[in-house]
Design a protein around this ligand. Structure first.
Ligand SMILES: [Fe+2]
Length: 298
């Protein structure tokens, strides 16, 4: 059976892609943000996931305002990126795992989530930048992906509780998939920011901290915010936090925060990175099996 080893939340703002392309990771402006991924790299090297299930929002590359599904699940063998017009290089493609995608889709439908199924799907910077942050300098991504797009753009948006429940359904689906795989779940976007209008440049550090604390301890507490209330607190694009809620929902076991980095501003956004461990009976059994394989010290 597949195991969910943990979850990662990260911002995905396009300027990060430009900084990577220009090798600015140690530039004083960027360093505090990129150093926040040192822990992530160590954790991923230790945990070695086979698959990443990525909750994100599309920014007009695959869906546009004329047709925008609330929830869409990729079921393709490969996911390409294209020039999005942000001045960042086109990313390499990501391999899919269509059999897991279809299993997730079937389980979501059984749980009354009527998702859009995408057998042909472009993925934008909200997938490719987090991948580049987590696995830098790789010729090929070391994981296959299941992209799950959540509408955070065209109102009405799904509620926080709906996204938490979506994540829970996805988590249950992963754990009933019969292949022996280690799966990491990822939520991208946010945190507080607003790109246009009278509040352009808006950042709310106190609310971001409240969201990160809530996510770690008791995500249900965050569902008291309606979408308009959340936009008021986090900014029009801060509502990308819905992707983080779904990621957290997919963590089915005992959840522990392992790492947090928060840095403002990155291109007028509050940039955050979090790592969560997901301890389940299956994971614990896996640990015991691994422990038996370790050589005994002389
Ligand atoms: Fe975004």
């Amino acid at each position: 059976m597949a195991r969910i080893i943990g979850g990662i939340g990260t911002t995905h703002v396009p300027s990060i892609g430009k900084a990577i392309a220009e090798h600015l990771e140690n530039d004083p402006y960027w360093r505090p943000f990129f150093r926040g991924f040192d822990y992530v790299h160590d954790w991923l090297a230790r945990e070695r996931p086979d698959v990443a299930v990525v909750f994100y929002n599309d920014h007009g590359l695959n869906f546009f305002l004329d047709k925008l599904p609330t929830f869409a699940v990729g079921a393709a063998a490969e996911y390409r990126n294209e020039d999005e017009g942000w001045g960042i290089p086109v990313s390499k493609s990501a391999d899919g795992i269509a059999e897991l995608s279809w299993h997730v889709i079937e389980r979501l439908l059984a749980d009354e989530f009527d998702v859009t199924m995408c057998q042909d799907m472009l993925v934008d910077h909200a997938v490719t930048i987090p991948m580049a942050l987590m696995w830098p300098g790789q010729a090929r991504w070391p994981v296959r992906i299941v992209p799950i797009a959540i509408n955070t753009v065209q109102h009405p948006l799904p509620s926080l509780v709906r996204c938490l429940k979506l994540g829970r359904s996805v988590g249950r689906a992963i754990e009933t998939f019969e292949q022996d795989l280690n799966v990491v779940v990822i939520g991208t976007g946010g945190l507080s920011h607003q790109l246009d209008g009278e509040r352009a440049g808006f950042i709310n550090k106190a609310f971001d901290q409240l969201c990160m604390d809530g996510l770690a301890a008791e995500p249900e507490t965050l569902t008291r915010y309606s979408i308009p209330q959340f936009v008021e607190q986090a900014g029009a694009q801060g509502v990308e936090f819905l992707n983080w809620m779904a990621m957290r929902g997919a963590l089915t076991g005992r959840v522990r925060e392992l790492h947090r980095n928060y840095h403002i501003p990155i291109s007028n956004t509050a940039a955050a990175t979090m790592v969560f461990e997901n301890v389940t009976a299956a994971n614990a059994a896996g640990d015991k099996a691994q422990a038996r394989l370790r050589p005994v010290a002389a």
